[in-house]
Ligand binder design. Structure first.
Ligand code: CU
Length: 179
């Protein structure tokens, strides 16, 4: 039998989009471990276009403002480029270069709630389909303590329990009746 012709497989895209939980278990807050906490967190990470930053915070306690370098350096909260008030804030990186983020709540920036990252890669020009629910996306490395954002409520489990409970009781009662 002739050997099967070798199929040339097109190489998969090398860049797999990553999701980064900013500050990991610290979340996005006023760091208690010094004003450089978020810079330490960013150290050694290589952010690429297509990656997503997740800022975990409780609404009304913090926000995420994208700012210019000048505003970042001086913690000037007056003219952010964009502000996200609803947490957790998911920010997909679409452009390369320096990205500056801070919280505009009073004194939070000067206490260290600020993050600058350098993003590499090719800028996204056309909108790409959302990868929010892609099952193949790598699981975010979770540290030992859970992130303060509550997990999404399980869609079916509690209702299933509720539905099964009366049935179990019924069969138990039936069993008692037969004995
Ligand atoms: Cu804040």
């Amino acid at each position: 039998m002739a050997p099967a012709p070798s199929v040339s497989v097109a190489p998969a895209p090398t860049s797999v989009a990553q999701t980064y939980i900013v500050g990991d278990s610290l979340g996005w807050s006023v760091p208690t471990s010094g004003p450089n906490s978020y810079q330490r967190w960013a150290n050694g990470k290589s952010f690429k276009v297509g990656d997503t930053l997740v800022f975990n915070f409780v609404n009304g306690t913090h926000n995420v403002a994208m700012v210019s370098k000048a505003s970042f350096d001086s913690c000037n909260t007056t003219s952010p480029i964009n502000t996200i008030s609803n947490g957790p804030a998911r920010i997909r990186l679409t452009n390369s270069g320096e990205h500056y983020y801070m919280c505009t709540f009073p004194r939070h920036c000067s206490l260290g709630q600020k993050l600058v990252i350098n993003v590499t890669g090719t800028d996204v020009t056309a909108p790409t389909p959302s990868t929010a629910s892609t099952p193949s996306s790598p699981t975010v490395p979770s540290s030992d303590s859970p992130v303060n954002s509550p997990p999404a409520p399980s869609d079916s489990a509690p209702s299933l329990v509720l539905a099964t409970l009366p049935l179990t009781f019924l069969s138990f009662a039936l069993l008692r009746l037969l004995n």
